[in-house]
Design a protein around this ligand. Structure first.
Ligand SMILES: Cc1cc2nc3c(=O)[nH]c(=O)nc-3n(C[C@H](O)[C@H](O)[C@H](O)COP(=O)(O)OP(=O)(O)OC[C@H]3O[C@@H](n4cnc5c(N)ncnc54)[C@H](O)[C@@H]3O)c2cc1C
Length: 340
């Protein structure tokens, strides 16, 4: 292959969304991935697209999150068209829940607007809850999303090199000259760092600290009747979202414990207890799987910017990389045109 215009390091949702967008912009793109597409964090996410709920954690995030959500329907439609694969996008809305007496403290800024309509919004809810319905909440199915992005990238001419961990970035002054990925020394005109929670391992040798740290999230998957949930249910310390084939994801812990991916029985039990406090029938749904993923944590907003003359970074999407992918890809394309 002739020298690519871009090497993208990391085949998560951010790296592949960017690679696909750059390829659509006429760029020759190669992606290098330490493991396999999506195996970092992106395929382990719940896939919820909830700007209002997430802004309770970070108020700075709302404008960006809302802008990205607005891009989602057209982005999904283009992606499904390009790949021929569905991504499980569903505008299901979200029911934000808490004990009635604690609602305003748990969800500052959200009104407990549903009152006696709560039972109509979702059958089987526990007694004593208050709720607020967010109609624009939506979701995708992350493994399907990653598979579709991989296909769309390949069809657009992107080369994806898996099991090729980047161990070295060669530079002179402010210019990247090449990288070592697996056994190979690779060279491109431009580079994009999209290495998620592992970014600091790679940037330790560079004079850049992007402030990324891993935040572990444990999740449980239950087998439930299809259409058991009428919306995403989001309560204190727990959420439940149902995918189109019936799987219900119950998540997620939030732990600053480094690169640990172990699942603990205690965490699973705690998540299920909290879930059953919202919807008691959950206790009867069998557990299918559980796993842990590492969010690319960062204080403040994600980094989407140039970090050298010919390298961009898109990292630190923390709890919202799936939600922010379309906007991040669009912003990266603008930056790419500026440094081309
Ligand atoms: C339990 C859980 C639930 C979540 N739920 C949601 C949700 O509902 N909605 C939402 O929007 N977000 C959610 N998130 C957050 C979301 O998953 C992340 O923000 C997103 O996946 C980050 O994408 P990324 O591409 O930056 O990172 P990743 O998907 O981790 O991709 C980075 C890739 O870089 C590769 N890499 C790292 N170092 C190197 C190297 N040296 N060389 C080559 N490759 C390298 C990794 O192997 C990895 O594949 C959740 C996360 C977790 C853990």
């Amino acid at each position: 292959m002739t020298k690519p215009d871009w090497i993208v390091i990391g085949a998560g949702v951010i790296g592949l969304s960017a690679a696909w967008a750059l390829a659509q912009d006429g760029q020759r793109v190669e992606v290098v991935e330490a493991s396999r597409v999506g195996d970092g964090t992106s395929s382990k996410a719940a896939g919820m697209l909830l700007p209002e709920v997430e802004s309770v954690h970070s108020s700075q995030l709302f404008p960006m999150a809302a802008e990205s959500l607005a891009l989602y329907p057209a982005w999904v439609s283009a992606l499904e068209g390009a790949s021929g694969q569905a991504v499980g996008y569903a505008a299901t809305g979200c029911l934000v829940l808490a004990e009635a007496k604690a609602f305003s403290k748990t969800w500052p800024g959200l009104p407990a607007s549903l009152g006696s309509d709560l039972a109509a919004a979702q059958s089987g809810l526990a007694a004593g809850l208050a709720g607020c319905y967010l109609p624009n909440g939506a979701q995708v199915d992350p493994p399907l999303l990653m598979a579709a992005l991989q296909t769309a990238c390949l069809k657009a001419g992107v080369t994806i090199r898996e099991h090729a961990a980047v161990t070295e970035i060669r530079r002179v002054a402010d210019r990247w000259l090449g990288i070592t990925a697996g056994q190979d020394r690779l060279v491109a005109n431009h580079y994009l760092l999209a290495t998620g929670a592992w970014t600091s391992e790679l940037t330790a040798e560079l004079d850049v600290d992007l402030g990324i740290f891993p935040v572990k999230g444990q999740m449980v998957e239950l087998k439930a009747p299809v259409d058991a949930l009428s919306a995403i249910l989001f309560g204190p310390g727990v959420y439940l979202c149902q995918k189109q084939d019936g799987r219900v994801l119950v998540g997620a812990t939030s732990e600053r414990v480094g690169f640990d991916l172990a699942v603990s029985e205690q965490a699973v039990a705690d998540l299920l207890t909290r879930a059953a406090k919202l919807l008691p029938v959950v206790a009867s749904w069998p557990i299918q799987r559980s796993w842990a993923g590492l969010r690319p944590g960062r204080e403040g907003l994600p980094v989407i910017e140039a970090i050298s003359q010919n390298a961009l970074a898109a990292v630190g999407h923390y709890r919202n990389g799936i939600l922010l992918a379309p906007l991040t890809a669009a912003r990266l394309c603008e930056l790419a045109r500026q440094i081309a």
